[in-house]
Design a protein around this ligand. Sequence first.
Ligand SMILES: *Cc1c(COP(=O)(O)O)cnc(C)c1O
Length: 420
Amino acid sequence: MGSRHDVGIGPSSSRTFMNAQFNPETIREDFAIFSTNPELIYLDSAATSQTPKQVTDSILNYYENFNANVHRTIYSIGNKATQAFESAREKVAKFIHAEKSKSVIFTKSATEAINLAAAAWGRKHLSAGDEILITEMEHHSNIVPWQLTAEVTGADLKYIPITEDGELEKWENHISDKTKIVAVTHQSNVFGTVNPIKEIVEKAHSVGAVVLVDAAQSVPHSQVDVQDLGCDFFAFSGHKMLGPTGVGVLFGKPELLEEMDPFLGGGEMIKTVNMETSTWNDIPHKFEAGTPNIAQAIGLGTAVDYLNNMGMENVHAHEQDLLQYAVDILSNISGITLYGNPQNRGGVVSFNVEDIHPHDVAQFLDNDGIAVRAGHHCAQPIMKRLGVSATCRASVYLYNTKNEIDRLASSLEKIKSVFA
Ligand SMILES: *Cc1c(COP(=O)(O)O)cnc(C)c1O
């Protein structure tokens, strides 16, 4: 494994700069993609993050040394695989401060996690006259599953509108006795807005509603504590937090998960099966039908180790620094419109260049090696609210530098003169 530290199962502890200053230049050395693409300026971590060697090594280590199915075998590599898979669950539970690891269900993505909750909780608890409350700033993943559930159960789907600054508008007024569930994003993938989840949870609980938090953009970038937030469900994706694709997480309070019926049926999620009926396994296994994403979950566990070694407070502080720097520079370039100006904000900037289509802007930036997202960001209601069809979006992570923001700014200056 060369000079890199061992990333087998168990906690990784030998990272050399643990005590040294947080340094993106050193961090970048862990990411092979930056040496195979030396010109790359990657500003699209809100779409997917890059993967450190430690994570890919841990996946390789599983396949090369103890590849076996989990929870089924009595031979030793099978036990090792089960141990590694369950240890990943514990790492994830600790990372979000869940009280019990059985609250952590491995899914394929944040999208699947939200679909699980919307379908399985919705079926059990919603009927005509009930209200599902979402917001205008949701990702499609936290809109469409609720539309499907509303359709099946007869419940009404309502939403909280957003302000010009990209914040929730008078959210308190929308929570009533009819509200049964509030599904809200922790951090907007378009504006970076960090929503007041704790307050929303308090108000929702006071009317007997539960709260699902879409944490796809918060867990990778800040310290989160599901017990402190008090939320009932909490969904996120591995691939946005330095982990592999193909693994997501649904956290649920055990008492809610226990009363819900399964989402998918198959092996592993049952206790007994006869030809007519079956009984369900205990949580979390009840919700993990079939052979789970073993390698991906192990990889996610290593991503959690990696982030813990960096210190989430350091990651967050670094990104806040880059965000401020980017907002200052970009807002001083004439002809650039920045969208949203929320008070509480993560490392995401949405913008357009006057009279140039965002796809052309992104294409031009790509010629300079700069990767940004252009499009509707899976949030068409926000685009409608802004009165645009698309925006460009630059988003940062622990491996980005101020120099890269400078390069973005000078490339944007160049575009203006080319298209002028
Ligand atoms: C990316 C994202 C999702 C969906 O994540 P997938 O990994 O595509 O399932 C949901 N919500 C937000 C806010 C996101 O940014």
